[in-house]
Design a binder for this molecule. Structure first.
Ligand SMILES: [Mg+2]
Length: 243
């Protein structure tokens, strides 16, 4: 029996849109300079930089929030508690803007109807990720939230994947996610199959046809050859697994 694992942010939930709306509102409340575009770009650079540092084990989960708040607000002298207190307001604004991608719900339903175990494997904190699934209507019966923070080993650590399969009671699985490194290469290294969701090739006609399929044939030289690439979750179908 093979399990089906989905990443959450950027895969099922439109994290970028929610983060962009939230950081602009937060910047305005704090009288920060810059156009919306500049503010969004500053926040996304800080987010990528510090979340990657967390995934490499260079800081803990709260530590990356502290650094992002200090950097964004331009106040490096903030104590950890002060920074986390201010970051809480960003989180409130971020929550208000959570939206599922339009193809997420039906894809999860197809996955669950296949009779296979289905999980959401995410590096975000479990309470927040559970709230996201609830708020966006994706907390479907049977769907298991697997937050790597609970086990202390985030993706791309192979133990994040093997631990997830163990929790679902199976030995094999496929990982579907938008990050070529932490979702796709890491899953293949851990012995799973993997599908890269690259929404930039959705609806691109011939170009999409070229870029969708096996990574090796789709021009994704940076991915393991056996991985698949899709432009949207509506391209995914799951074969039924009978008992
Ligand atoms: Mg993601």
């Amino acid at each position: 029996m093979r399990a089906i694992l989905f990443d959450l942010d950027g895969t099922l939930l439109d994290h970028d849109a929610a983060a962009a709306a939230a950081c602009v509102a937060w910047a305005r409340e704090n009288d920060l300079d810059g156009t919306d575009e500049q503010v969004i770009s500053r926040w996304s650079v800080l987010e990528r930089r510090w979340f990657a540092a967390y995934e490499r084990g260079e800081t803990d989960h709260l530590g990356q929030r502290v650094e992002r708040a200090r950097g964004f607000l331009g106040r490096p002298g903030l104590t950890r508690d002060e920074a986390l207190g201010l970051y809480a307001r960003y989180l409130e604004l971020y929550r208000e803007n959570w939206t599922a991608f339009p193809d997420a719900h039906s894809c999860l339903v197809r996955a669950l109807n296949s009779g296979r175990p289905v999980g959401v494997l995410t590096n975000g904190r479990s309470e927040m990720q559970a709230a996201k699934l609830e708020a966006t209507g994706l907390a479907l019966p049977g769907l298991v939230l697997l937050a790597t923070v609970d086990a202390g080993v985030p993706k791309p650590d192979p133990r994040a994947f093997t631990g997830a399969l163990e929790r679902l009671g199976v030995k094999e699985g496929v990982m579907i996610g938008d990050n070529p490194v932490t979702d796709v290469r890491a899953a293949v290294d851990a012995g799973l199959s993997a599908v890269l969701l690259d929404r930039s090739c959705a609806g691109a006609g011939r170009d999409r046809a070229r870029r969708t399929g096996r990574a090796a044939e789709a021009g994704h030289d940076d991915l393991p050859a056996e991985a698949f690439v899709v432009g949207g979750l509506d391209e995914l179908n799951f074969t039924r697994c009978e008992g």
